[in-house]
Design a protein around this ligand. Structure first.
Ligand SMILES: Cc1cc2nc3c(=O)[nH]c(=O)nc-3n(C[C@H](O)[C@H](O)[C@H](O)COP(=O)(O)OP(=O)(O)OC[C@H]3O[C@@H](n4cnc5c(N)ncnc54)[C@H](O)[C@@H]3O)c2cc1C
Length: 385
């Protein structure tokens, strides 16, 4: 494993950084407050090809290496974590279609998903089941050449723009829960209803919705990979990529919190000197910097290992650690800003509201700790080389 970015990755990072600094940073706080849909930023994502980061080149995607994939989410989240959500579940769902889809499904969806002409998301969570995905109630019953879907999904990011929306459903009540689940690629014109947008603490700039399937009919060819009963395994492998994405976002948010704190501590004076001269402030900056660099290395380690296959414990470690760092870093940055940190006029207030999502999304951090422990106890993961 290399501890530095290679030349291509570094050039890509610099391109992303320039885009974020020019087109996201100047507008993020104002647009967040206004509740504005960030169409111009989404157009920028299209221009840079970012809707295709997980899509093979033969379908028009960038097919990025995993470290570059993580760089996309780190850099965008440094500017505005909320808009990283536009690309997050889109990238996972696109990856899932590329990996598991039939030739027809790949040809039908991937070219438009790569350009952002179509967007997508992923619908797993329900009002009564999040962590416990085997407890979902959404059912798809086969009738001739169709499936008929009944159920409600909630907290679905990008649902309002998703076409198709991959939906985890139960296709068999007779099988053990994990074997009776499948993913259906539901086109927007099939008539699912986006019933409401969920009001959120942060993570604005991306809609998160409740979606109702009231007898929605889809052709049997919508079954991902034509593989009934494989849905749980398909989504779990996509969630590993999702955890790398969340870890990278957490690093980006933490970096922004640190940079804001460093700058502020040099400008703000108390007792006749910049507050950066106080050792209490210096210790906080040192803790933040060390935490963030450790989170970054863990994230890029998990990302680079994921090139070779499953990274169950690595992705869980990165997601868990980096998101806890984001919680600490945003809080410490707020402390360093004093009263101004609590003001909407300083970026740290938004970072502080955005950080907790990373401890919840793609599996809560307690679940990550259980996943890590299970891998250690079963011997599929170890600590050390
Ligand atoms: C802004 C936002 C966007 C989201 N976007 C999407 C999306 O696009 N698609 C999607 O499908 N979902 C999405 N989610 C849902 C998210 O993945 C879930 O919220 C998350 O997986 C947790 O599920 P839950 O909310 O049902 O909590 P629960 O599963 O009810 O958990 C509640 C608490 O119980 C704990 N717990 C549960 N089971 C155990 C256990 N076995 N042992 C110990 N503790 C346990 C949890 O750690 C947690 O502390 C989103 C959520 C948010 C907030």
């Amino acid at each position: 494993m290399d501890f530095e970015l290679n030349e291509d990755q570094d050039l890509f990072r610099r391109t992303l950084r320039a885009f974020v600094d020019q087109e996201i940073v100047p507008v993020a706080s104002e647009w967040e407050r206004e509740g504005r849909h960030p169409e111009e930023i989404i157009e920028g994502f299209r221009r840079l090809g970012l809707f295709g980061v997980t899509i093979p080149e033969e379908y028009g995607g960038l097919d990025l290496d995993r470290v570059s994939f993580a760089l996309v989410f780190e850099e965008i989240a440094r500017g505005w974590m909320g808009v990283a959500g536009v690309l997050g579940s889109h990238s996972l769902a696109s990856w899932m279609i590329a990996k598991y889809g039939t030739d027809e499904q790949r040809a039908a969806y991937l070219p438009d998903l790569a350009t952002g002409a179509r967007r997508t998301g992923i619908a797993l969570t329900e009002p009564g089941a999040g962590t416990d995905l085997q407890g979902i109630q959404t059912r798809a019953v086969r009738e001739g050449d169709e499936y008929v879907i009944h159920g409600t999904k909630t907290w679905i990011t990008n649902a309002r723009h998703a076409d198709p929306l991959p939906v985890l459903v139960k296709t068999s009540a007779a099988e053990p829960a994990h074997k009776g689940m499948s993913v259906l690629l539901v086109d927007a014109d099939r008539g699912f209803t986006v019933s409401r947008d969920l009001p959120k603490l942060g993570y604005k700039g991306t809609e998160t919705c409740e979606v109702v399937f009231d007898g929605v009919r889809v052709p049997a060819s919508s079954l991902l990979g034509a593989a009934e009963g494989r849905g749980m395994q398909q989504v779990l492998s996509a969630l590993e990529l999702g955890r790398v994405n969340i870890a990278a976002r957490a690093v980006g948010v933490s970096q922004c919190a640190y940079e804001a704190a460093l700058g502020y501590s040099k400008e703000r004076h108390a007792f006749g000197q910049p507050i950066a001269e106080f050792q209490a402030i210096q210790l906080k900056l040192a803790d933040m910097a060390t935490d963030i660099q450790a989170a970054r290395l863990l994230t890029y380690w998990a990302a680079s290992r994921s090139e070779a296959g499953a990274v169950t414990s690595e992705a869980a470690m990165a997601k868990y650690f980096a998101s806890e760092v984001a919680l600490r870093a945003t809080m410490e940055s707020m402390r360093i800003h004093g009263g101004y940190g609590y003001s909407q006029e300083y970026v740290v207030e938004r970072l502080y509201r955005d950080a907790p999502l990373m401890a919840i999304g793609e599996g809560t951090n307690d679940v990550q700790r259980m996943v890590i422990a299970r891998s250690l106890l079963s011997g599929t993961a170890k600590v050390g080389w």
